[in-house]
Ligand binder design. Structure first.
Ligand SMILES: [Cu+2]
Length: 160
C-alpha cells in the first residue's frame, strides 16, 4: 500500500514537472510572439548637459561649447519616450520641439562652494507618433554658437 502511494505520488510529480516544462516553454513562445507583434511601448533616453567650462563638446571652431550629450538620438515609432536630462551647467536650458509637442525647461545645475556644479535632473516625455526626423532646440539664451549648431544646443530626434 505504502509503495503504491509512493509510485502514484512519483508519477504525479513527473506529470506535474512535465506540465511545468510545457507551460514554461509555452510562456517563452508567447513572449517571443509578443515582442514581434507589439512595438516598444516605453523607451528611456538619458542625456547629460555639459557647459563650455566643463568641456562639453568641441566645436568646428576649435572652442568648447555647451552641449546636450547626445543631442541627436533615435527612438522607436509609437513609443512613449521618457527623457532624463542631467544638467551639469549652472544655467537652465530647454528642450523645445513643437513638432514633438515638447517645450521643457531644463533646470540649472547647482553651484557648489568648491566651484564645481552638481548635476540636476529634469525629466519629461513625449510620444513618438510619426516616423521622421524632428528638430529640437534650446530656447534659453546660452552659448550662441551652440544654439546655432546641431549636435550642441539643437539636434534631431529620429523616429523609426
Ligand atoms: Cu541652452
Amino acid at each position: 500500500m505504502n509503495r503504491i502511494i509512493k509510485i502514484v505520488a512519483l508519477a504525479g510529480g513527473v506529470a506535474a514537472l512535465g506540465l511545468l516544462v510545457a507551460s514554461a516553454s509555452l510562456a517563452s513562445t508567447h513572449a517571443k510572439h509578443a515582442k514581434k507583434a507589439h512595438a516598444v511601448k516605453v523607451q528611456h533616453v538619458k542625456i547629460v548637459i555639459k557647459s563650455d567650462d566643463e568641456h562639453g563638446k568641441k566645436g568646428s571652431d576649435g572652442k568648447w561649447h555647451d552641449a546636450f550629450l547626445p543631442a541627436n538620438f533615435k527612438v522607436h515609432k509609437g513609443a512613449r519616450v521618457i527623457v532624463t536630462v542631467k544638467n551639469f551647467d549652472d544655467m537652465p536650458h530647454s528642450f523645445t520641439s513643437p513638432s514633438l509637442k515638447v517645450n521643457k525647461v531644463i533646470k540649472a545645475g547647482k553651484d557648489l562652494k568648491n566651484g564645481k556644479v552638481k548635476g540636476v535632473t529634469t525629466r519629461f516625455s513625449f510620444k513618438a507618433k510619426k516616423a521622421g526626423k524632428f528638430l529640437w532646440w534650446c530656447n534659453k539664451p546660452c552659448d550662441p554658437w551652440a544654439m546655432a549648431h546641431v549636435g550642441f544646443m539643437r539636434g534631431y530626434v529620429k523616429v523609426k
